[in-house]
Design a protein around this ligand. Structure first.
Ligand code: ADP
Ligand code: ZN
Ligand code: MG
Length: 526
């Protein structure tokens, strides 16, 4: 029954159960059209009258090789149902065994986010029926999660705020239902259990965010931290990082929160802010029309740019949580926490501050260079090897990032080594080549793996600082441009720039510009 390739075929479920296929009961669409969706003025005015409140729930896949309760691989993209066993298929009698690495990753995430790792946490069964959940329950944590508290500092629109974290708990992922793409998709749903039992952490924030931009910043920051400490790959498209947004609005000045809607299915970073903005506007418009916001779960639809109702509070699941009898309490002692802490790399925020302090970089440079730890590592080596941190930053942020972006490459795949780039920076610093020649050299170095010294020597690009040779060019230029010389000597200083240009040209662009200037000025003033 569980043969690979074909997947496990099920009759399509009643629409009210099948995710994403629920009957549209969105009465607000018409109102949106009438209001005119999000014109800047109306948004500004309404946002003054209402305050949005947002809390996020983030699911992050832990980067373990194997699943949380069995030895099956977690690799993405394998043929359907090829990475399954009795445990992750929920076959009777199969028992879960907790993956140590998953726990260590979860602890690491908790520490990086300032959460208090609990000495004892309890796994619980979260019961619900859905075909991608073969056991009929998900093993999660409920009353006693792995970690409590913590906070993330977020700056949006010039305002810095502490966004509190409620908790982090561990759980297993469900399988994947495939409702589309098969010849019989009108009748059947396929299920792929490769994802069943993949380890996740769920990070729950407090309802501390007050705008979509702030929520997007919070999520960006969280992603950056999780990726930089190596516990998550940050890939929203493959579903290894997912985010549900709880959104409500309240009249400005009111202490009590409004009724929230939970927006699911925001599976791309680009859409998070859009989905929240849409939902805020929708709720404000409901209230403006004299209506009531319903507590419900809504789905974001990126093709229409809207959210629509999936299930109301009345239809909400009662999960009937109870402690998982097949797993003992998870006990984490101080020694284990400290051992995990010892593996913690420098966090992006700290690195940014260090770049400013240690390399005297502008905040802006430090921000760009610490976007990923790979880029930051690359930069640091160029800075150290070249001995010129600011020039190194200009090269990495300029030519290097531009080339990478143009070609859609990853920093990890760049053939030009940091040491080689440092060699180029040093040649410019020594005055061996001008910065404009250096850009050509960069282009020649990028793919070839040749050193800057090598290219400069082979192509005869070294700057000409030979005084006698340059003087000859200066005299030649002055002879050929007697008018300009006369004008200069009569006080028309602008012609100097023209004459320098001629000298540079006469040298094939290789004249040391400083020396060329000096010599020309000296000869003109004779
Ligand atoms: P539920 O009982 O629906 O699970 P919780 O209180 O556990 O709700 O909160 C779930 C998420 O919703 C958290 O991220 C929390 O910050 C957020 N949240 C709770 N109340 C609101 C609200 N009124 N507006 C926006 N977000 C909220
Ligand atoms: Zn398995
Ligand atoms: Mg809850």
């Amino acid at each position: 029954m569980y043969t690979a390739a074909a997947g496990w075929c099920l009759p399509r479920l009643n629409n009210s159960i099948a995710a994403g296929a629920s009957a549209e009961c969105d009465n607000y669409t018409a109102i949106h059209v009438r209001f005119g969706f999000r014109t800047p003025q109306s948004e500004a005015q309404l946002i003054v009258k209402y305050e949005p409140v947002i809390g996020l729930e983030i699911h992050a896949q832990l980067r373990t090789r194997t699943k949380i309760f069995c030895g099956c691989s977690t690799a993405f993209g394998a043929p359907p149902n090829s990475q399954v066993c009795p445990t992750c298929l929920g076959l009777p009698g199969a028992l879960p065994v907790l993956n140590r690495q998953a726990v260590d990753f979860a602890i690491k995430a908790a520490l990086a986010l300032g959460c208090a790792v609990q000495p004892e946490s309890i796994f619980a069964r979260k019961n619900y029926f859905y075909p991608d959940l073969p056991k009929g329950y998900q093993i999660s944590q409920y009353e006693k999660p792995l970690a409590l508290g913590g906070a993330v500092e977020v700056t949006a629109a010039g305002k810095t705020t502490q966004i509190g974290l409620t908790r982090i708990h561990m759980e297993e992922d469900a399988g994947k239902s495939l409702h589309e793409g098969f010849f019989d998709s009108d009748r059947n749903t396929y299920v792929d259990y490769n994802r069943s039992g993949v380890p996740l952490i769920e990070i729950v924030s407090e309802p501390d965010m007050r705008s979509a931009a702030e929520a997007a910043e919070f999520f960006t920051h969280l992603r950056e931290v999780l990726v930089s400490i190596g516990v998550n790959d940050g890939n929203m498209e493959e579903g290894s990082l997912r985010c549900d947004a709880n959104v409500s609005v309240r009249p400005a000045g009111q202490a009590k929160f409004g009724t929230k809607a939970e927006v699911k299915n925001v599976n791309s970073f680009r859409y998070l802010q859009k989905a929240i903005e849409y939902e805020i506007t929708r709720q404000i418009e409901v209230l403006e029309e004299g209506g009531r916001v319903m507590q419900e779960t809504r789905l974001w639809d990126s093709s229409t740019g809207r959210t629509h109702s999936m299930r109301s509070k009345e239809e909400a699941h009662d999960y009937r949580y109870f402690p998982e009898p097949d797993l003992p309490p998870l006990v984490v002692d101080t020694a284990r926490i400290e051992a995990v802490r010892a593996t913690m790399p420098e966090l992006p925020e700290a690195r940014r501050r260090r770049f400013v302090a240690a390399y005297a970089l502008p905040e802006y440079d430090a921000g760009v260079l610490t976007q990923s730890s790979e880029l930051a590592d690359y930069y640091e080596q160029v800075a150290r090897d070249s001995g010129n941190p600011k020039a190194a930053s200009n090269w990495v942020m300029g030519e290097l990032l531009r080339t990478i972006n143009d070609r859609g490459m990853n920093i990890a795949d760049v053939p030009l080594t940091p040491a080689a780039l440092a060699g180029l920076v040093a040649l410019v610093d020594k005055g061996t080549i001008s910065s404009s020649i250096a850009k050509d050299v960069f282009g020649k170095m990028f793919d070839s793996g040749r050193s800057a010294d090598d290219i400069v020597a082979a192509d005869g690009l070294a700057q000409n600082s030979d005084e006698a040779a340059l003087l000859a060019i200066v005299h030649d230029v002055m002879g050929k441009n007697a008018d300009a010389v006369t004008q200069y000597r009569a006080g028309k200083n602008q012609t100097f720039g023209f004459l320098v240009g001629q000298v540079m040209k006469g040298s094939g662009g290789k004249a040391n510009p400083k020396l060329a200037n000096e010599l020309l000025k000296r000869e003109l003033n004779r």
